[in-house]
Design a protein around this ligand. Structure first.
Ligand code: TXA
Ligand code: MG
Length: 320
């Protein structure tokens, strides 16, 4: 059993010893280790049962520290980072040799993020290495947005979970690359396309579903519950299944003709951010419920963070 608490000194000591600590961020909980220590990083992959071709994000608390392990920070990228860090944005840089190849799965780029959570920022400013941290869930499953989610699945394998409460953003960071000087979004996430485009102009989106290691981590089937999970475009596409043991995961209102106890509304407020914040918790809850064998989800509006919500719903529904 992991200890759950807010003891920063203990978290720091464990990380310095090369052990794993789950950390809160505004997006999802991360499974952290010393990102300069290849052995510690290897235990992240082992604990998550993550394939070695799927690279990790390095978390740090300043651009100065970032400059110590990336080869170059172009001006345009520095401006973007200054605007959105700390926050739900991950940026790819060319890496320096001191970043272990295991972190980047042998790629010459490294993903970096300054997360926006006071506890984790305090932890990061107390250590002199970045934290490699994927989401703290078994590979392919729904990401954790509360300490209890981490404890349930990984508690037996890690000593400590730093408790920062529930995650406010609720979906993972947006990942952007500047390869060939062109900004390209590789994963829709907590920072909206609208916010990025307000600063960068038109941004291309290349978050294609793929099961090819050439597009690491963008696997078609991901964030997937164990149960049958079906995604429909809108209410009009709903067809009542023969068996009654289904649950509906709807955006802002219930469907007519289905009992209320089978329906779960992501965002009673109609706000896509509320849908994002509640998404993974509700997916887990429905997956754990013994009275439902199937989840039928309805897409949310494709705007703002709703794009990231729909992306996760699509991947949950995909059976690779
Ligand atoms: O919000 C987040 O990003 C959370 C929190 C903990 O920071 N982290 C997270 O990590 O979602 P993870 O490992 O579950 O997803 C990171 C994604 C992976 O899909 C990986 O393929 C991609 O980042 N990635 C990492 N380094 C990359 C690189 N050099 N090139 C392309 N993709 C990369
Ligand atoms: Mg993940």
């Amino acid at each position: 059993m992991a200890v759950i608490g807010t003891d920063l000194a203990r978290a720091k000591a464990l990380l310095e010893e090369g052990q794993l600590v789950a950390i809160p961020t505004e997006t999802v909980y991360g499974l952290a280790a010393n990102g300069f220590n290849a052995k510690a990083v290897a235990s992240i992959f082992a604990t998550k049962q993550r394939p070695a071709f799927d690279p990790l994000i390095l978390h740090t608390n300043s651009l100065e520290k970032t400059a110590q392990f990336v080869s170059h920070i172009p001006n345009e990228v520095r401006q973007l980072a200054e605007q959105f860090w700390p926050g739900p944005l991950t940026i790819l840089f060319k890496k320096q040799a001191l970043v272990p190849d295991l972190v980047t799965s042998g790629l010459d780029t490294v993903a970096v993020r300054i997360p926006r959570h006071p506890l984790t920022l305090a932890l990061l400013s107390s250590i002199d290495f970045p934290l490699a941290a994927p989401s703290a869930n078994p590979f392919g499953y729904v990401s954790p947005t509360q300490p209890a989610h981490v404890e349930t699945q990984l508690g037996k394998d890690i000593p400590y979970i730093l408790d920062g409460g529930p995650c406010t953003v609720g979906v993972e960071s947006t990942i952007i690359s500047f390869e060939n000087e062109r900004p390209t979004v590789l994963r829709m996430g907590g920072l909206t396309l609208e916010a990025l485009e307000a600063v960068l102009g038109t941004v291309s989106v290349n978050a294609h579903s793929s099961s090819s290691p050439a597009a690491p981590g963008m696997l078609k089937s991901h964030y997937a519950p164990r149960k049958s999970f079906v995604l429909i475009d809108d209410e009009s596409a709903f067809v009542k299944p023969e068996n009654d043991d289904f649950a509906v995961l709807a955006f802002d209102r219930m469907l007519e003709g289905v009992p209320g106890k089978q329906q779960f509304v992501l965002a009673p407020s109609g706000d896509v951010q509320q849908a994002a914040t509640r998404l993974f918790g509700l997916m887990r809850e429905l997956d754990d419920r013994e009275d439902f064998s199937q989840i039928i989800a309805i897409k949310v509006p494709e705007e703002g963070i709703g794009r990231a919500v729909n992306d996760r719903l699509k991947r949950a529904a995909a059976r690779a």
